[in-house]
Design a protein around this ligand. Structure first.
Ligand SMILES: [Zn+2]
Length: 285
């Protein structure tokens, strides 16, 4: 759904709540406090909140309880519009722009966007291992490169390795999903990179492709490993890292701190309804 479709589909709070109830409960409402299924619509007649009453624990609840939408004074349809704007943004959407678009206060929009990003990071898709042809790489984002000093002259930097920029490591399955995050201290070591790859990449029947960075030299202990020597060629048939490099340029355009969002958007690119898939993640989180 694009922003206009979201706007048209959810003209009232009631429509938005009904949609969330369908996605969350698929026709079988459950009490979020005690998991009882003996629940009925709250008798208050407060249609705007669409509350339910649990007979198990006697508490009243709405479909938003336990989701990122709970405990805010923001209408659910505003949340939906914000998510649609975030998904539709070519790069990353700025809080200022969305605040203008929705006519809301900037701090409110900022904290809503933060909640959405945190929920996106819990994407259950990210827990499945990548397999097939998988490209692994690291890149450096943000900050100014360090001024050269004597030590740097002794050890020339290669594509930012050894600079003060923030390192991000990632693996992408060709034709599939990407997993990327900032590297933890020491994670760019041979041991760290192997551990990262083993955590996210299946080791049976997977070909891992990297450049010739020495940090990847132990990959072949767990997976088939092929390298492309960027000094002499960009690709050798199937052996290239163009897919992950394409993803890095996406992250770089979006800016540092946006890697969750960039992964999420990349992994949704073949979904017929990004908005629906995003909401599925939000209510599962
Ligand atoms: Zn209950």
């Amino acid at each position: 759904m694009n922003i206009l479709e979201v706007f048209n589909s959810f003209q009232t709070q009631e429509q938005a709540i009904e949609y969330l109830e369908r996605i969350r409960w698929r026709g079988r409402p459950v009490c979020p406090y005690c998991n009882s299924e003996s629940v009925h619509r709250h008798a208050s007649g407060d249609r705007a909140m669409m509350r339910w009453q649990c007979q198990g624990c006697t508490r009243a609840f709405a479909a938003t309880v336990g989701t990122i939408f709970h405990g805010t004074h923001v209408e659910l349809r505003q949340w939906f519009l914000l998510i649609a704007l975030m998904l539709n943004a070519k790069k990353s959407a700025s809080a200022c722009q969305i605040a203008r678009d929705l006519g809301m206060r900037r701090p409110t929009v900022w904290s809503m966007m933060h909640r959405v990003r945190v929920a996106m990071a819990n994407d259950p898709q990210q827990t499945k291992l990548l397999y097939g042809i998988v490209e692994a790489d690291e890149t450096y984002i943000g900050g100014k490169p360090r001024k050269p000093n004597r030590r740097d002259n002794d050890k020339p930097n290669k594509r930012g390795r050894g600079t003060k920029k923030t390192a991000v490591i990632g693996v992408v399955e060709r034709g599939g999903r990407v997993i990327a995050r900032p590297a933890k201290p020491g994670e760019l070591s041979t041991k760290g990179l192997s551990k990262f790859i083993n955590k996210f990449v299946d080791n049976a029947g997977t070909l891992v492709i990297t450049d010739e960075f020495g940090g990847y030299r132990h990959v072949n202990k767990s997976q088939l490993h092929a390298t492309v020597n960027h000094a002499v060629e960009y690709a050798n048939g199937l052996v290239h890292t163009n897919t992950i490099e394409g993803f890095w340029s996406l992250v770089k355009r979006a800016g540092y701190g946006q890697h969750h969002h960039a992964c999420f958007k990349y992994n949704l690119r073949n979904q017929p309804n990004e908005f629906r898939t995003a909401l599925d993640v939000m209510v599962a989180a």
